[in-house]
Design a protein around this ligand. Structure first.
Ligand code: NAP
Length: 230
């Protein structure tokens, strides 16, 4: 069965859809036949994306502008949805709760609406468990993490809270550096329990979206943290 057939009739909500990986995934979901709700705060960016998708693909789109830290934003659209993709991201390097509180709001709203499937994004730089090569651990600790320490701390909270939540079939996708490169479909991934990826480099937003679509119904990745990279 093609991805197009698999997603026809599905309804997905993408939070953080105004740009970046959220917008890339919304394009890919729409292209694969799903009806998509685009959510973020920047209404103009959401309407521009909706117009772009409608011009080239299909019309089953809805825009919901609002703050993910306000649970009411999501409550109004969730009934009837089959999956949620959260690409929420901190917009400054200051302390943030967008990952933990934003995701907790999503989980509460999903549970109330009977929606179970959630895919959300996190950082590959959180991968430094046993088995990670020493040089990779050092680069991550000394160079990659410090400027983004507040975002990492809140992503860690988000991941810990998800791990304790059995109401949602979540998958956390830990991404390395994201690029605007083309879709290739050629990348590696592992999940917790496997040996960590050796020397993760980067991945395009188009390939990350490809991964999300391809694994929306992959039960083997429910309640798993996945790392992927070229
Ligand atoms: N960029 C990278 O290299 C990289 C690498 C690994 C992981 N990641 C992670 O991947 C995710 C997406 O990355 P990206 O580069 O696509 O991020 P991005 O371009 O900064 O997009 C973040 C999205 O979150 C939305 N958002 C932020 N605060 C919000 C709020 N309070 N309410 C509703 N929406 C809110 C933004 O929309 P509005 O501002 O319109 O609300 C935007 O659509 C993030 O979790 C990021 O931390 C990024």
């Amino acid at each position: 069965m093609s991805t197009q057939q698999a997603l026809d009739g599905r309804v997905a909500i993408v939070t953080g859809a105004s740009r970046g990986i959220g917008a890339a995934t919304a394009r890919a979901l729409s292209s694969a036949g799903a009806a998509v709700v685009l959510a973020a705060r920047d209404a103009d960016a959401l309407h521009a994306l909706a117009a772009e998708i409608e011009a080239t693909r299909h019309e089953r789109l809805r825009v919901v502008a609002g703050d993910a830290l306000d649970r009411a934003t999501i409550d109004v659209v969730l009934p009837g949805h089959t999956a949620v993709l959260s690409a929420l991201g901190a917009t400054t390097r200051a302390r943030t709760t967008i990952y933990s509180r934003g995701t907790a709001n999503l989980c509460r709203s999903m549970t109330a609406a009977g929606v179970r499937r959630l895919v959300c994004l996190s950082f590959g730089a959180l991968d430094s468990g046993a088995g990670t090569p020493a040089a990779q651990r050092l680069v991550t600790r000394l160079i990659i993490r410090p400027p983004h320490r507040h975002a990492y701390a809140d992503m860690r909270r988000m991941e810990d809270e998800l791990a304790a939540d059995d109401r949602v079939d979540w998958t956390v996708v830990r991404a390395p550096m994201l690029t605007n490169g083309p879709h290739t479909g050629a990348y590696r991934f592992t999940h917790d329990g496997d040996r960590p990826l050796d020397r993760p480099t980067q991945i395009s937003r188009a390939d990350l979206a490809d991964f999300v679509l391809g694994h929306l119904d992959d039960h083997a990745l429910f309640r798993r943290r996945v790392s992927l990279s070229y």
